[in-house]
Design a protein around this ligand. Structure first.
Ligand SMILES: *Cc1c(COP(=O)(O)O)cnc(C)c1O
Length: 382
């Protein structure tokens, strides 16, 4: 069917009835051994070609607008496999300086051992990207919106700069999800996801995905087979099941986040709100141009900058839980200073806006009225 909507893609794309069962769902093929005389290719979980893995890749490709992909055992497996397959010793890569902490650690702790050079830059500084590109630059890696300040980069402009110079581009599209942003349609070569977040959506699975062209997938696959970050049939089944409600969940989470961001912005107990859907967000115009929805993630700074008071605020929440990770149907909150950025020196994090009073909210799919009531009562006690 042409011009099929995302809600329908989520439900229908990729479903496999390969063995002629009459069920409407893909059966779970919990097999690591397949009859080799029955098929043209050898099927094996680490080859990323089982029926259950293929069903997910097909659905995700339909959502992102990509030709092919791989489903991996974690977001970091997807990111490390992508980077380490596309880069070789003496290559140089440019990274956005607000990328996910795990990716940052991968770069700073593994790249020099492998002789791969890198530069971190603020992609929103005019000319910064062009200045960072060197003769041996091979790849540009970005993330938008970023964590925890929801910074947006101009994806189309970065892709154009890269194409002009024959460089590859990779984006971590975890925060937006394929429902809100399709970077390949803006000129990016490879999209990676931590599926652990929105794609899984129920805080019970860890996986990742790489989505790209057939040619790049084949080249990444060669290393992926050696690195071995594959996923089993039972998790694959749960992922396919979760993806059926991806659009429903993310649309609701984005609507809820917009209303909560607007509420927080009106409250005197909150100093600043970071949400790309607010006209006051620094990169709102770019976000509006490249995103279909602004997502379920937001951050805000409460008026108090005393960590004890921050903890008291968290204790006073009744429905919203202080917890790590993001993207699930339940709303969770965390203090970046006490979690993801605990090792970053205070002056350094304050310079970019990660203050003691900053809280990151992963907005769930509850009724937004209940979430606002909960935030309101806890803010009033500050
Ligand atoms: C969580 C996360 C990752 C890492 O994914 P895992 O599934 O934990 O390996 C990468 N990028 C972003 C933006 C994330 O939030």
């Amino acid at each position: 069917m042409e011009n099929i909507s995302v809600e329908s893609i989520c439900i229908h794309s990729g479903t496999s009835n390969a063995n002629g069962t009459s069920g409407v769902n893909t059966p779970i093929y919990a097999s690591s051994s397949f009859h080799y005389r029955d098929t043209q290719e050898n099927i094996y979980p680490r080859y990323f070609n089982t029926i259950n893995q293929n069903a997910i890749v097909e659905k995700l490709c339909a959502l992102e607008g990509t030709e092919d992909g791989l489903v991996m055992s974690s977001g970091m497996a997807a990111i490390s496999t992508t980077l380490l397959s596309l880069l070789k010793p003496s290559d140089h890569a440019v990274f956005f300086n607000e990328i996910y902490g795990g990716t940052y650690n991968l770069v700073i702790s593994e790249f020099s051992k492998l002789g791969i050079e890198y530069t971190f830059v603020d992609l929103n500084q005019p000319g910064a990207l062009e200045n960072a590109i060197k003769e041996n630059t091979k790849l540009i890696y970005v993330e938008s919106p970023s964590n925890p300040l929801l910074t947006i980069v101009d994806i189309k402009a970065i892709a154009r700069t890269a194409k002009d110079r024959n460089l590859l581009t990779v984006i971590d599209n975890t925060f937006a999800s394929p429902i809100n942003q399709n970077p390949v349609r803006l000129g990016i070569d490879v999209v990676v996801h931590s599926g652990t977040k929105y794609l899984g959506g129920h805080s019970d699975l860890c996986f990742g995905a790489i989505l790209t062209t057939k040619i790049l997938k084949e080249s990444i696959l060669k290393s992926a087979l050696n690195f071995g970050g594959s996923i089993n049939a039972l998790d694959s089944y749960l992922i396919e099941r979760s993806l059926k409600t991806l659009a429903l969940r993310v649309e609701r989470q984005s609507e809820n986040a917009q209303l909560i961001a607007e509420f927080l912005e009106r409250t005197s107990k909150v100093k600043k709100v970071y949400y790309p859907g607010l006209p006051t967000h620094e990169n709102h115009a770019v976000a509006k141009e490249q995103m279909k929805g602004f997502g379920g993630m937001l951050s805000f700074e409460i008026a108090s900058s005393n960590l004890q008071e921050v903890n008291r605020f968290l204790d006073n929440l009744q429905l919203i839980q202080p917890a790590l990770s993001l993207g699930g149907v339940e709303t969770i909150i965390c203090s970046p200073v006490l979690t993801s950025h605990i090792k970053v020196p205070k002056e350094e994090r304050e310079r970019v806006g990660i203050t003691d009073g900053l809280l990151r909210l992963s907005v769930g799919a509850e009724n937004v009225k209940d979430l606002i009531v909960d935030l309101k009562q806890a803010l009033e006690k500050l």
